[in-house]
Design a protein around this ligand. Structure first.
Ligand code: HEM
Length: 630
C-alpha cells in the first residue's frame, strides 16, 4: 500500500522526482489547512473538534503557541519555577540527567531553515556530474555557426542524455557537512530529506554513509522476507558495552539460541500474572500523584513514567524491587548512568570510548565503568538468590512454568535448565531491562502529551475505564475490554514510535527498491517517516485514535501492511510487545480513572530530544486534577 508510487520512481530522473515530491508535499500541506486552523484558534485545549498540536513531522512544534494556549511552548521558564525540579512532585526523585544528548528546539527556528536548505538542493547530489560539467561546452558549441561545432554539440547532448539515464538509476543521494544535521534528533532531518529524495536514498555526511528507508514494502523486505541478509550492524557495536550478546544486538546463532530460550518465558500465564503486578505498581505511583495533585504541584510525567516502568521491569525480569518511585539508590543511579551512556554513544559521531585507556582517563567513561560494575554485582546477587530458590523447589518444569514466589523471567530461565554462561545471562537480563524500560515510559509520556493537547478524547476514554475497571486493578480480561484505551496507546505509538529509527547492516549485496545496496551498507529504517508519511496516512500529524477501528484487531505491522510498526516486524520483532502494550494500557487506564490533566501556563515548553527513544527536552509538566468518580 502506497509503496507502488514510491517504487515507480526508480527509473525516473531524480530531479523530476524531487520536484514532483515537493509539489505533493505542498499540496498536502495545503489540504491540512483545516487542522492548522483548528490549532490556531486554540480549540485543542477547549476540547472542540479534532484539532491537534503535537510536534510535527519535521520535528518542530508548529502549534507551539496554540498547543498550550499560546503560553507554554513559547513561554520561557518563569522566574517562579526553579531551574531544577522545584515544581515537581516532592515525593518523586529528580529525573536522571541526559548529558551530551542532542535537542531540537520547540519553536524550531533552526529546523525550518534546514528544510528550506534541503529543498533548495543544497545537500543534493543528483543527476550526472559529467553531464553537468559538459553542459557549458555543449551550449557554447551549439552557438557555433560551423557545422562541425553543432554536430559536436549534438553528440554531447546525446551522451548527456545517456549519462543522465545512468545517473537516474543510481540511488538518490543527499550529501553535505555532518554539522548540518548535528544538534537535532536524527529522525527530524531524515523526514525532510525523505520528502525530497523519496522512500529510499543514500545519506552521505563526511565519511558516514547510510541508506535511509521510508517505504513499507522495502521495510517488509528488510525485516521479514529478506531479514537473514541483514544484521544489527552499528547497533551491536554501540551496545556491546552494556548488552554484550543480548537479544537486541546479537546476530546469527547466538541470537537464534537466545531468542528460542527467552521467548517461551513470556507465556500467557506469565503475562496474566504481570498484569496484577502492573496494577500494584501503579497504585503505589498513583498515591504519590495524589499527594502532588492535592498540593497543586505539577508533575514531571516523563520522570514519573520512567520510574514506574523501571519498578515494573525490575520485578518482571529478575524479581528486583527497585522502588525507584520512592527512593534513589546506587543501583538506580547506575542503571540511568548506563542508559544515558548507551544513548550518548548512539548519537555521538566520534567513538572516542574505543580509544585505549578511555575508560580510565575520561571521567564519564569511568563513571560508566563503575555503574556497570554496580549493576553486574547486583545481577550476580539476584542470579545466585534465584538459583538457590530453584534448587530448593520441587515444582515440575512445564511449558507455562510460573513460580508463585518469584514469577520472573530469570526464574523461568534457570528453572528451564537453560545452560548458559553467567556473562550471557547477565547480557540477557540487561537487554530485557533496557528494552522494556524506557520504551514503555516514552510511549506513556507522549501518549499523555497527545491527550493533554486533544482532551476531546478524554470523556470516551474515561467512560470506558469507569465502566470496565472502576477503581480496581485490571485483570487480563479487563484489559482486553479496554479497546478504546488500547487505540489511544496505538495512536500514541504511531505519532511517537520508540525507537523512531531501526538500524540494519547488509550482510551481502541486495537490491532495495530497485537500487543496489552493497555488503556492509548501513541502513536506517525510519519508522518515524513511515508513521508520519502523508502518502500513507490521512492527516498524519493529527492525533486521532479513531483512525484505528476500535472493533477491529489491534493494529500492527501485518494488519497495517508495514506502514505501522510500533514493535518492529519479522523475526526480530519485539518479544515484549504484548507485555508492553498491556503495561501501557493498565497504566493509562488507572491514571485517567483518577485524574484529568492539563499543562499550566508556567510549565516549560514541550519539545523532543532523542537518544534510543524520544525524550522530552525539558520534561512534561502536567497539572493533575482529581476526578470525582462514580
Ligand atoms: C512500548 C514498549 C516497547 C516498544 C515500543 C518496543 C519496541 C521494540 C522494537 C521496535 C523492536 C525491534 C527492534 C529492531 O527490529 O531493531 C524491539 C525489539 C525487542 N524488544 Fe521491545 N519494545 C517495547 C517493550 C519491550 C519489553 C517490555 C521487552 C521485554 C520484556 C522488550 C524486549 C525486546 C527485545 C528482547 C527485542 C529484541 C528482539 C530480537 O531482536 O530478537 N521490549 N522492541
Amino acid at each position: 500500500m502506497g509503496s507502488l508510487p514510491y517504487l515507480a520512481v526508480c527509473g525516473q530522473n531524480i530531479h523530476n522526482y524531487a520536484q514532483d515530491r515537493l509539489q505533493k508535499v505542498s499540496t498536502t500541506a495545503g489540504s491540512n489547512g483545516s487542522a492548522t486552523a483548528g490549532r490556531s484558534n486554540g480549540t485543542a485545549l477547549n476540547g472542540n473538534g479534532k484539532s491537534t498540536s503535537v510536534p510535527s513531522a519535521n520535528g518542530t512544534d508548529p502549534s507551539s503557541s496554540v498547543q498550550l494556549d499560546g503560553s507554554v511552548a513559547t513561554t520561557a521558564r518563569p522566574a517562579t519555577l526553579p531551574p531544577s525540579n522545584g515544581n515537581r512532585a516532592a515525593a518523586l526523585p529528580d529525573p536522571p540527567e541526559r548529558p551530551g544528548m542532542d535537542a531540537v528546539g520547540d519553536t524550531g527556528s533552526r529546523v525550518p531553515g534546514l528544510d528550506e536548505r534541503i529543498m533548495s538542493g543544497e545537500f543534493s547530489d543528483v543527476g550526472s556530474t559529467k553531464e553537468r560539467l559538459s553542459r557549458p561546452v555543449r551550449k557554447w558549441l551549439a552557438k557555433d555557426r560551423v557545422t562541425f561545432g553543432r554536430q559536436l554539440a549534438l553528440r554531447l547532448a546525446r551522451l548527456g542524455r545517456r549519462w543522465q539515464l545512468i545517473a537516474s538509476k543510481r540511488m538518490p543521494e543527499a550529501s553535505g557537512d555532518i554539522r548540518q544535521i548535528a544538534g537535532q534528533p536524527v529522525f527530524v532531518p531524515l523526514y525532510s530529506l525523505a520528502q525530497t529524495y523519496g522512500p529510499i536514498f543514500r545519506l552521505c555526511f563526511g565519511p558516514k554513509r547510510f541508506v535511509v528507508v521510508s517505504d513499507p514494502a522495502i521495510t517488509r523486505h528488510l525485516l521479514a522476507s529478506h531479514a537473514a541478509n541483514y544484521s544489527k550492524g552499528i547497533l551491536s557495536e554501540i551496545l556491546d558495552f552494556v548488552m554484550g550478546k543480548g537479544l537486541i544486538p546479537a546476530d546469527g546463532e547466538i541470537w537464534q539460541t537466545r531468542r528460542r530460550a527467552i521467548v517461551p518465558s513470556l507465556h500467557k500465564r506469565y503475562i496474566a500474572s504481570m498484569i496484577g503486578m502492573f496494577g500494584r505498581c501503579n497504585l503505589k505511583g498513583l498515591s504519590l500523584l495524589e499527594e502532588s495533585a492535592g498540593a497543586g504541584q505539577a508533575v514531571e510525567m516523563e520522570n514519573y513514567f520512567s520510574r514506574l516502568t523501571l519498578d515494573i521491569i525490575g520485578k518482571a525480569v529478575f524479581n528486583y524491587e527497585f522502588d525507584s518511585l520512592r527512593h534513589e539508590d546506587p543501583v538506580i543511579q547506575a542503571v540511568y548512568t548506563v542508559l544515558r551512556e548507551a544513548e550518548y554513544r548512539s548519537t555521538a559521531f566520534v567513538p572516542y570510548w574505543r580509544l585505549p585507556l578511555a575508560s580510565s582517563l575520561v571521567p564519564r567513561q569511568q563513571r560508566c565503568k563503575e555503574a556497570l560494575k554496580t549493576i553486574n554485582t547486583t545481577l550476580d546477587g539476584l542470579v545466585a538468590k534465584c538459583r538457590r530458590l530453584v534448587d530448593q523447589e520441587d515444582d515440575e518444569f512445564e511449558e507455562e512454568f510460573l513460580s508463585q514466589e518469584d514469577p520472573s523471567i530469570l526464574h523461568f530461565l534457570l528453572a528451564s535448565g537453560d545452560q548458559i554462561s553467567s556473562k550471557q545471562l547477565r547480557d540477557d537480563l540487561m537487554t530485557l531491562l533496557i528494552a522494556g524500560h524506557e520504551t514503555t515510559a516514552a510511549v506513556l509520556t507522549w501518549t499523555v502529551y497527545c491527550l493533554v493537547l486533544n482532551p476531546q478524547y478524554m470523556p470516551r476514554l474515561q467512560e470506558e475505564v469507569d465502566r470496565v475497571i472502576g477503581d480496581g486493578i485490571p485483570t487480563l480480561e479487563n484489559v482486553k475490554e479496554l479497546a478504546f484505551t488500547t487505540r489511544v496507546i496505538n495512536e500514541g505509538m504511531r505519532m511517537y514510535p520508540q525507537p523512531p529509527v531501526l538500524i540494519r547492516r547488509a550482510l551481502k549485496d541486495d537490491v532495495l527498491g530497485g537500487y543496489e545496496v552493497k555488503e556492509g551498507d548501513d541502513i536506517f529504517i525510519s519508522v518515524w517517516n513511515l508513521h508520519r508519511s502523508p502518502r500513507l496516512w490521512h492527516q498524519p500529524d493529527v492525533f486521532d485514535p479513531e483512525r484505528f477501528n476500535v472493533k477491529g484487531p489491534i493494529p500492527n505491522e501485518t494488519t497495517e501492511n508495514y506502514r505501522y510498526l510500533p514493535f518492529g516486524g519479522g523475526r526480530r520483532k519485539c518479544i515484549g510487545d504484548q507485555f508492553a502494550l498491556f503495561e501501557a494500557v493498565v497504566s493509562l487506564a488507572m491514571l485517567v480513572r483518577r485524574f484529568t490533566f492539563s499543562i499550566g501556563p508556567e510549565a516549560p515548553p514541550v519539545s523532543m530530544t532523542t537518544g534510543a527513544t524520544i525524550h522530552t527536552k525539558q520534561g512534561l509538566y502536567v497539572t493533575l486534577t482529581k476526578r470525582s468518580t462514580p
